[in-house]
Design a protein around this ligand. Structure first.
Ligand SMILES: C[S@@+](CC[C@H](N)C(=O)[O-])C[C@H]1O[C@@H](n2cnc3c(N)ncnc32)[C@H](O)[C@@H]1O
Length: 333
């Protein structure tokens, strides 16, 4: 279950700063067994979708190993700074010059205790490895669960008019989901938006290496998406909503609704929630303390279906895979 590099990171932390995680309750064998079962189910679903041609099998083996080896020492070197931030309870620390007015206040945080939050190239370089360490290597497999419902929502246009499709990934981060979308929809026009210039630079590095038209990346606050009404056939959004305060969650869903075309599909992937998984409540309580996630506690009880409906979407389906929950919504028309 635990990868050797994750074990190494945890050992380093507990050896050097034994008090760091003293208040975090260890998980029972029963819960660890349940998590392991869910991980196997996730990999099985991923394999089945690839076998059935929803997306190419090559995606299953698309790990950025070179980046991981290159940046793993960076993760270790960053650890003392992270410990210092945890012990001193400093969660809004930015060393690099940033124009604070360009960001909503809720965003200026050291999410995951990351040095410079989302606002440095170093943070963008370490991010994918840190997320894979957190999810034991299953982050990409969880992202891929948005692909099948999106493709289904796009319907016949996938084969009949692939050039006409416009797909947006909101809060695209380092571009992992856009890369998957490009593999599934080689001819669609892809768009990505994020608040972090550094993460967009990293996404551009990744996406410019693959074949097909380069996705259009735009820096924007998703609360004010810079696109025309009814512009997109499909929208995806992965791992964003737990990092937002409630009003921003609604504002972003409202914006996504505005830019979805009638009949278009919106797929959200984010953390599991307490209302569905009381058995994992302890883990969900530990998470925000371990990773500085100030809005997570509210998120795990927030009814995103109600928010989607308030915006005008019809919620077609809810899915759960491993540590994620998926909302598949449609704009009627
Ligand atoms: C946890 S990361 C997820 C990134 C990516 N979707 C993934 O799968 O890894 C959250 C991302 O949301 C972006 N973000 C947070 N608030 C945002 C906002 N209001 N508008 C646009 N992007 C935002 C951050 O810059 C960061 O890249």
């Amino acid at each position: 279950m635990r990868s050797p590099i994750k074990t190494l990171s945890s050992r380093v932390s507990t050896t050097f700063v034994p008090t760091l995680y003293q208040d975090v309750a260890p998980l029972s064998e029963e819960i660890i067994g349940k998590i392991r079962d869910r991980l196997e189910q996730l990999y099985e679903a991923d394999w089945q979708d690839a076998r059935q041609g929803v997306y190419p099998e090559s995606l299953l083996f698309d790990n950025p190993w070179e980046d991981f080896f290159r940046y793993y020492p960076g993760v270790l070197v960053d650890m003392p700074l992270i410990w210092q931030r945890i012990l001193q309870k400093q969660y809004q620390q930015f060393d690099e010059p940033i124009v604070r007015e360009s960001y909503p206040k809720y965003y200026l945080q050291n999410f995951h205790f990351q040095t410079n939050g989302y606002l440095s190239d170093q943070s963008a370089n370490l991010y994918d490895l840190q997320v894979e360490l957190l999810f034991n290597g299953a982050a990409d497999a969880m992202r891929r669960r948005v692909l099948a419902p999106l493709k289904q929502g796009l319907g016949q246009a996938v084969n009949a008019a692939p050039h006409s499709l416009r797909i947006l990934d909101v809060a695209c981060g380092t571009g992992r989901t856009l890369k998957m979308l490009r593999a599934m929809l080689p001819q669609a026009a892809l768009f990505g938006t994020d608040l972090s210039p550094a993460y967009l630079r990293k996404a551009n590095q990744l996406l410019s290496k693959i074949s097909g038209e380069l996705p259009q990346l735009t820096r924007a606050n998703a609360e004010e998406l810079p696109y025309a009404d009814h512009y997109f056939d499909g929208i995806t959004c992965v791992f964003l909503f737990h990092e937002l305060p409630p009003p921003a969650r609604q504002a972003i869903i409202d914006q996504c609704y505005r830019v979805t075309r009638p009949g278009g599909t919106f797929v959200i992937c984010d953390s599991i929630q307490k209302l569905d998984h009381p058995e994992f409540a302890e883990m969900m309580d530990n998470f925000p303390a371990l990773f500085h996630e100030p809005y997570y506690k509210n998120y795990v009880t927030d009814d995103l279906s109600a928010r989607l409906q308030a915006a005008g979407y019809e919620v077609r389906e809810i899915q759960h895979h491993f540590m994620s929950k998926y909302w598949i919504a449609r704009k009627s028309g």
